[in-house]
Design a binder for this molecule. Sequence first.
Ligand SMILES: NC(=O)c1ccc[n+]([C@@H]2O[C@H](COP(=O)([O-])OP(=O)(O)OC[C@H]3O[C@@H](n4cnc5c(N)ncnc54)[C@H](O)[C@@H]3O)[C@@H](O)[C@H]2O)c1
Length: 416
Amino acid sequence: MKITRRTFLENAGATIAASTTLQQAESPVRLGVIGTGGRGSDLLRALTTIDEAVVAGVCDDYPPHLENGAKYAGPQARQFSDYRRMLDELKPQAVVIAVPLYLHYQVARDCLDAGCDIFLEKTMCFTIEEARQLVTRVDSSGRVFQVGLQRRANPIYRQARAMVKAGMIGQIVSFKAQWHRNNSWRRPVPVPRNSPDWPRLERRLNWRLYRQYSAGLMAELGSHQMDVANWFFDAHPNRVLATGGIEFFRDGREVWDNVSCLYEYKLKDPRGNPYTVRASYSSLCNNAYEGAAELILGTRGSLYLTSSKGLLFQEKGTDVVSWESGTNAADSNAAVVTAGKTLKLSNDPWAHRGTPFEIDIAEGNDTRDELVSFIDHVRRRDPKTICDARTGLLDCATILIANHSIESGSWVQFPA
Ligand SMILES: NC(=O)c1ccc[n+]([C@@H]2O[C@H](COP(=O)([O-])OP(=O)(O)OC[C@H]3O[C@@H](n4cnc5c(N)ncnc54)[C@H](O)[C@@H]3O)[C@@H](O)[C@H]2O)c1
């Protein structure tokens, strides 16, 4: 089995730049960026490298972040502290939204009403109901809309998905993903602890830690990785059982510092018969050993994926043994397999698994790739973005039902 870069670039449409040609429209897309904190700054830095886009305005209601954003955007960008004023006065063609999760729906709705195309950071919305409403609004608006799940733009993931669709790992049997870090998630507050401004600033900067604004680890990290399962399986989970808690960072936060989830997906085998795939997900804030990765296990092989590396490990499956031939060699192969060679290998985490095939991609930047794709769709007026509102809704529901399960302590079905 040979994986050539060319074959899979062709099959996967693997690089956004290769698969979508930026049209030479008269003028670049005029953008406003709303929310110029951590992620907004990443997006701004990438946008300023794309010739077909110009950042005409930046908006943030926290002055130090607005100042930073303006620095990244360049002198042509006007500065606003109120996004509604920016929409009125600047009339941007498109907006990039990177505000805290609880504001996603409100800001996206107002930008749609102002006639803008939208790039909205993940997770699409704070509640499933908001996400449903946003889908309806996007559908009736005729605007181009993309959610910022950048793995969908990453050539490694695009090639890996094409490999799964081509049957290269056989029938999917399991999915495992984790995002493990050793980091409190807490941001420093730039005023003394006894300052009257401290409580307000602390909640603003550490919005991720409070339930009023945040859906915790599943929304901030799990949304990227469970979207890989949804995308690779072309399905959403059927149900989930999850658990989580605040066990280590007893610092006043309200979101769990560790979560573990078991999802069930109903898929079809190659004969069209339904079967269940179990997908496990975990996120930790105090051990980074396994980092962030997804593992897709199939009857013929396993794909290990990260944003910068993709590896295919082949299985020593029984289908490589010639049972029918009756030759001694085949019999002895068969004996080895039935004696549990594969099992023995896979039971030993240190066993040699053979040299994996590596998905061979030059180093890229999937944040830039997703924006290139968005700008391209805006210019071509193509609503079929690489992560549309419906995909955003499925992702949002996938991670929020895990939170609901943690709260209720029971299985939660995927909503109708
Ligand atoms: N795709 C990714 O890899 C990725 C990575 C990090 C964050 N994110 C997402 O990006 C979003 C922002 O996260 P962040 O880490 O940048 O948070 P952040 O706190 O660093 O930035 C959010 C910014 O929004 C600003 N803001 C809040 N209310 C506003 C308002 N009404 N008008 C204008 N600005 C307002 C804040 O002042 C802040 O500067 C979140 O949804 C997060 O999940 C995505």
